[in-house]
Design a protein around this ligand. Structure first.
Ligand code: GLY
Length: 364
């Protein structure tokens, strides 16, 4: 098992460990029994993950004499909503959860964001332990303390920065992850390669056959490398005042493509197209050598991710989503661009014409 410590002592949050390995749930129970001053745990999950893993996770803690309850929400993005927060808060009250209780977020990004948010406001904050079950949550959303829910006006409009008490990444959960969810996580791993560690791109490309077969050793290696990169960025800029924004590489155009597809494209697929766009824009503006863009696109394709905007998704809708983004965030969009693979920077002065041309060139 690998252990990565996220050091935040000097900031407003506490430090915590990210544990990574296969079949680490038993050890999770022992670690929690040792570190957490908690009388009872409430596992927050969705109905699909609950059916697959809920009982097993609860049993691990019960075996140690810990009191555990389970609470599930419907799967999918629609649950990332303030109404679900209120409903689950009421269920917590009905269970008698108090300040000596802790939540265990067992699931993907929706569960992690929702349970983290709930934990951050329930009785002014109770501990939350993240147990991510999707590759995307394992390499990204479970680490760094971003929590949030959507409102009709936009995504993650209500949220907090609330660091977990610990993160337990059991790669055995990935055995039951559908192929598409697996590729979604690979998009974020490729992103880490693009913004920080180009060797990770080679590792993904070399280990691809094995990774497709969910080889535990290669998965553990690339997940650990990704978590190390994320933790390094979060330690420097916990509240996303600057550096942390580089984690949004591929996400500006990605979110616009995702919304313009009416969410027919998954988040990872959209971010993949967004990264191809970010790299193409960087080449167009004269920052990135063309061969770096080609290398990135080849790795994305190798993973089975799209790098062009699929036909049927309107360019006008993509551009209009980007404009709405611009209105929300001020007068300019800060694009994350690349000078080289591994050297990202923020650029708030990208001419609209270059964005339009890039989107046009990427439309199939
Ligand atoms: N997923 C981007 C971040 O945590 O900042």
């Amino acid at each position: 098992m690998n252990r990565i410590r996220v050091h935040l002592e000097h900031k407003t949050s506490n430090s915590y460990d990210v544990h990574i390995g296969r079949d680490i749930l038993d050890r999770m129970g022992l670690i929690l029994a040792k570190i957490a001053m908690v009388n009872r745990y409430i596992i927050v999950t969705d109905t699909v993950v609950d059916a697959l893993h809920g009982e097993r996770v609860a049993a691990v803690l019960q075996k140690l004499g810990l009191k555990v309850d389970r609470m599930s929400i419907p799967p999918g993005e629609a649950s990332k909503d303030i109404r679900t927060v209120l409903e689950t808060a009421e269920r917590l009250t009905a269970l008698g959860a108090d300040r000596s209780s802790a939540l265990i977020a067992l699931g993907g990004g929706v569960v992690g964001d929702l349970a983290g948010f709930l934990a951050s406001i329930y009785m002014r904050g109770i501990p939350c332990i993240q147990v991510p079950t999707t590759l995307m949550a394992q390499v990204d959303s479970s680490i760094g303390g971003k929590t949030g829910v959507d409102t009709v006006a936009g995504k993650n409009l209500l949220g907090t920065f609330y660091q977990p008490l610990g993160v337990f990444i059991d790669t055995a959960f990935l055995d039951t992850l559908p192929e598409r969810g697996y590729r979604d996580g690979m998009a974020e791993i490729v992103k880490y390669g693009a913004i920080e560690q180009p060797e990770l791109l080679d590792r993904v490309a070399e280990g691809l056959g094995k990774a497709e077969n969910r080889d535990p050793a290669i998965l553990e290696e690339i997940i650990t490398a990704s978590c190390r990169i994320k933790k390094g960025i979060v330690e420097i800029d916990e509240k996303e005042k600057g550096l942390r924004r580089i984690l949004n590489f591929g996400h500006t155009v990605g979110h616009a493509v995702e919304a313009a597809s009416d969410y027919a494209l998954s988040h990872g697929e959209s971010v993949s197209v967004g990264m191809a766009a970010g790299a193409a824009l960087s080449v167009r503006l004269g920052y990135l050598p063309a061969e770096d863009r080609e290398r990135l696109v080849a790795v994305l394709k190798g993973v089975g991710l799209p790098t062009m905007i699929p036909g049927g998704i309107s360019r006008e809708r993509i551009l209009s989503h980007l404009k709405t983004d611009k209105k929300k965030t001020g007068s300019v969009i800060h694009f994350v661009l690349l000078k080289k693979l591994g050297i990202p920077f923020l650029n708030g002065g990208v001419p609209e014409k270059s964005v339009t041309e890039t989107v046009e060139a990427l439309t199939a």
